[in-house]
Design a protein around this ligand. Structure first.
Ligand SMILES: [Ca+2]
Ligand SMILES: [Ca+2]
Length: 71
């Protein structure tokens, strides 16, 4: 998974309000849209924190991509 174009599409899908940052609330609502109602905001925050390079609790595309390209 090192395709920056599909990574960007995935990122934009999670960035519901288009501000360039994925918040826990956005992640949770997209997972719910995908049918996964087990993702609470606490779980969503943990997923984001695992990829959050600068520790601000929000995910930029750079952080998202850094995580993917390392995986
Ligand atoms: Ca956003
Ligand atoms: Ca961050």
């Amino acid at each position: 998974m090192a395709d920056i174009e599909s990574a960007r599409k995935a990122f934009e899908r999670y960035d519901v309000n288009g501000d360039g940052l994925i918040s826990a609330a956005e992640y949770k609502s997209v997972m719910a849209q995908l049918g996964d109602f087990n993702v609470t905001e606490t779980v969503a925050q943990a997923v984001i924190n695992a990829q959050d390079g600068n520790g601000d609790g929000l995910l930029t595309f750079d952080e998202f991509w850094a995580h993917l390209s390392k995986a």
